[in-house]
Design a binder for this molecule. Structure first.
Ligand SMILES: Nc1nc2c(c(=O)[nH]1)N[C@H]1C(S)=C(S)[C@@H](COP(=O)(O)O)O[C@H]1N2
Ligand SMILES: [Mo]
Length: 199
């Protein structure tokens, strides 16, 4: 397995402005109830502007190559959790298999429970973006996204969708749940892109 240790801050100050550290604690931040997931019917799809739309069963998903990524996590509500070790499928490997069309510039994420989020497609090519099944060597707890979540460490954690079931590649940006409710479309913690309005 490939192992990547990420300087999430990319040489900038490690903890972004306005954030505090939670130490070993790991808050659960979910809008609505924790969905219960049945692995026998679970699948994951990649669709939209791709040459090869793909669907994986849980068994197929577990046959894909994995990576281990050590990275920090920053929630827009101001907590940060450092040095998380995530294990899962590198997002860029998935894109290689699906072959995005040239006009694909954004993606939208769909989750059990109806949550959605969005970002530029470029974010999924970053070496630390992955679809994770494990955190610090343990399968994800139900509240943290079991069986699988997206992790995009360089953006605020609302982009790291839990219980993820699919991504759709798009030519135009399509706002997700929090983006439609006042959060920033992009969400860079070092630029404090918390909200799409200013006070
Ligand atoms: N499906 C789904 N994913 C989600 C959320 C959610 O409400 N539903 N909350 C987001 C927010 S706001 C944050 S900060 C992180 C928190 O992840 P955690 O609960 O594992 O700490 O999950 C993100 N992913
Ligand atoms: Mo959050």
């Amino acid at each position: 397995m490939e192992r990547i240790e990420i300087d999430t801050a990319r040489g900038k100050e490690r903890v972004p402005p306005g954030q505090y550290l939670v130490g070993d604690r790991w808050p659960i931040l979910t809008y609505g109830p924790t969905p219960s997931v049945d692995l026998r019917t679970w699948n994951f799809t990649i669709c939209g502007l791709v040459e090869n739309p793909l669907t994986f069963t849980w068994e197929e998903w577990n046959g894909l190559p994995t990576v281990e990524v050590k990275a920090d996590m920053h929630c827009v509500t101001s907590w940060s959790k450092l040095d998380n070790v995530w294990t899962g499928v590198p997002a860029r490997r998935l894109l290689e298999m699906a072959e995005p069309k040239p006009e694909a510039k954004f993606f939208s994420v769909h989750c059990d429970g109806g949550y959605t989020t969005n970002a530029p497609l470029q974010e999924l090519y970053e070496e630390d973006a992955l679809f994770a099944t494990h955190h610090n060597g343990e399968p994800l707890a139900p509240g943290h996204g079991y069986p699988m979540r997206l992790v995009i460490p360089r953006l605020y954690a609302w982009k790291s969708a839990k219980w993820v079931r699919g991504i759709e590649l798009l030519a135009q940006d399509e706002q997700g749940f929090w983006e439609n409710n006042g959060y920033h479309a992009y969400g860079d913690p070092w630029r404090e892109q918390r909200y799409s309005f200013s006070f």
